[in-house]
Design a protein around this ligand. Structure first.
Ligand code: G6P
Length: 609
């Protein structure tokens, strides 16, 4: 996830672009860059770090050009560096582009272009696009070459391209990454979202997947990749700047909860090979042979990432047959963990900077274990220090309470289980079953999100309670603990997450009519035992909210309130069950008037012990 802006008009492009980038910084902030055309001259300035660094680098330079593109990056391929920052250029430096998304087939395209003599400056997937346009432009006009390139690439993109040889034009294209065109008076601003546009105009055109727009100072023309004209509606926005950054959502947390279908999709993209019941994890290729021989896995992590690890333990042990231990990173580093060169230690971390997780990885390395990372932030310390790893590609998570990073981590753990399992005893048929079902998860999450109103109603009903008990068994025990963590973080309510079976060994003493329980009770292999647990609570006057499988009407006889999730494989139920719990915690927090994006006493990335 990155932010892109383009400008063509009468004003100096540089100030519009920098201001736009600042608005988009929430989409990524590891490096930034601009390209501006001034007559026959071109200016390219790039800088690692925040947009402010880029602004400092531009300093007093008076760049007069009135056409330009800019980018703020959330790295997916290649660490954050000046060279890897956008805009990327062809060999001549004439064609400049910014890209948001992932080009899946970039390696084969790049190899081919290198053979033809193209010189690459970065490790990114995006640069291949500039060289490919250059190559095709040798045989056909520039605009046609752009359309041809779009036909050749696989993956996702929001693109803005300028060409010094045709300096009065920006070409933009969209497939899977957002792009909006702001229509001003003799000027146009194109951007990843409206927050970079509304200061200049309230008139916008939303581009759809598969559309391309050619923008000049005199107007714009929208067409399809196949060169068919499109008639587009101009929409009048009535948004404030603040609302725009959150894309209309009241909080980043809510936006991120709603981004989960695409975050899960992005975690799987190009990695899940459904026909072969396999997962291809490019980042683990260098250690693939070692992974065949490992005998033990230790997962180290903190907070929400720790609970993702616990789900991973159930998945990997059941389907890959490898013993797994999950450790709080803060404990692991001070224990005497038993490991050897056949042990792999996996750090799960959204930020890639959590001090305890990092220390645990350093300790494991020191002991000779193979270390891997499941990390969202590209180029972060944990990503750099582990021997190999898998990136989440979930985009920046701004809300302090982790939501989309969690379901993305679970998705990667499913892929990892498939990979390890298929290297061992898992049959092709079982692999195919898991892969096929996993593909359906984003749509299922969407269906749960569509029930937000109902969940909000239930949250309001329970917002006054001071204590909650969250219960789940097997795959959903970790979801009970994650659900409890969410409500603690956001709503400052006391909550305990427990394995359902363990509840009768203590917590049941707490239960009365003022202490509701939330049961995660999908129709799985432990369903009946879960129902018995619910009966035990009900018999003691406790109120019950149940997360149940669609069609389970019986459960209404025991539970006071039921939230339904679609039916899926047992191992995948955590990906669904957690979503209503996130929404529940969110709406309890909102009902109590709390700042859910910045809960008191917490930090997004804990870089101290
Ligand atoms: C903090 C955050 C949590 C997060 C945990 C681990 O406590 O508030 O949301 O789960 O750190 O962070 P990591 O970046 O390592 O996943």
């Amino acid at each position: 996830m990155c932010g892109i802006v383009g400008y063509i008009g009468k004003r100096k492009a540089s100030s519009v672009l920098i201001e736009g980038l600042k608005r988009l910084e929430y989409r990524g902030y590891d490096s930034a860059g601009v390209s501006i055309i001034d007559g026959k001259k071109g200016y390219v300035v790039k800088s690692v770090g925040k947009v402010a660094n880029l602004e400092d680098k531009i300093g007093d330079k008076d760049i007069l050009g009135t056409v330009g593109i800019a980018h703020t990056r959330w790295a997916t391929h290649g660490k954050p560096s000046d060279n890897n920052s956008h805009p990327h250029r062809d060999c001549t430096g004439n064609i400049n582009l910014v890209h948001n998304g992932i080009i899946e087939n970039y390696l084969e395209l790049k190899n081919d272009l290198v053979k033809k003599g193209h010189k690459f400056r970065s490790e990114t997937d995006s640069e291949v696009l500039a060289h490919l346009i250059e190559e095709l432009n040798k045989k056909m006009p520039y605009e046609e070459a752009v359309l041809e390139v779009l036909k050749k690439i696989r993956g996702t993109y929001g693109l803005a391209i300028i060409n010094k040889k045709e300096p009065d034009k920006i070409i933009v294209a969209r497939s899977g990454s957002p792009l909006v065109l702001g229509v001003g008076d003799g000027e146009y601003v194109v951007a990843s979202d409206v927050s970079a546009i509304i200061r200049h105009t309230q008139q916008v055109v939303y581009l759809e997947d598969g559309e391309v727009a050619v923008i000049t100072r005199d107007g714009y023309e929208v067409k399809t990749v196949k060169n068919q004209a499109r008639n587009k509606k101009v929409t009048n926005l009535d948004w404030s700047l603040e609302k725009a950054e959150k894309q209309g959502y009241a909080h980043f947390m809510l936006k991120e909860i709603f981004e989960q279908p695409s975050a899960i999709e992005d975690a799987m993209r190009g990695r899940l090979v459904a026909e072969d019941g396999m997962a291809k994890l490019g980042g683990l290729q260098s250690v693939a042979e070692k992974l065949r021989k490992i005998e033990k896995i230790i997962i180290v992590s903190c907070g929400t990432s720790y609970y993702a690890g616990l789900v991973g333990e159930y998945m990997i042990e059941e389907y890959a047959g490898i013993p797994v231990e999950v450790e709080y990173a803060s404990e692991f580093r001070y224990r005497k963990p038993i490991m050897n060169f056949k042990t792999v230690v996996i750090a799960i971390s959204q930020s890639g900077e959590t001090a305890d997780t990092l220390a645990a990885i350093r300790e494991a390395k020191n002991k000779g274990a193979l270390t891997l990372g499941i990390v969202n932030t590209v180029g972060s310390t944990i990503a750099r220090e582990t021997d190999a790893g898998v990136y989440n590609h979930a985009g920046p998570e701004i809300g302090v309470a982790s939501t989309k990073a969690f379901t993305s981590q679970l998705s990667i753990l499913v892929l990892f289980t498939l990979m390890l399992g298929r290297q061992r005893d898992m049959s092709l048929v079982m692999g195919q079953r898991i892969a096929k079902e996993m593909r359906k998860i984003p749509k299922m999450v969407k269906n749960i999100l569509a029930e937000e109103k109902e969940i909000k109603k239930i949250a309001k009903k329970y917002a006054g309670y001071k204590d909650f008990l969250y219960l789940g068994r097997k795959y959903n025990f970790p979801i009970a603990t994650e659900g409890a963590l969410k409500i603690k973080e956001i709503s400052y309510v006391h909550a305990e997450g427990y394995p359902t079976g363990e509840m009768k060994h203590g917590p049941i003493a707490l239960i009365d009519e003022n202490f509701p329980s939330i049961f995660i009770a999908p129709k799985d292999s432990v369903y009946e035992k879960t129902i018995s647990g619910m009966q035990e609570i009900k018999a003691r006057g406790g109120k019950i909210i149940a997360i149940a499988t669609e069609g389970d009407k019986e459960i209404k006889k025991v539970a006071d309130d039921v939230i339904y999730i679609p039916k899926t494989l047992e191992m995948l139920t955590p990906l669904l069950a957690v979503v209503p719990l996130q929404l529940f915690a969110y709406h309890v927090g909102v009902a109590k008037g709390l700042d859910v994006d910045k809960p008191r006493n917490l930090a997004k990335s804990v870089t101290v012990e």
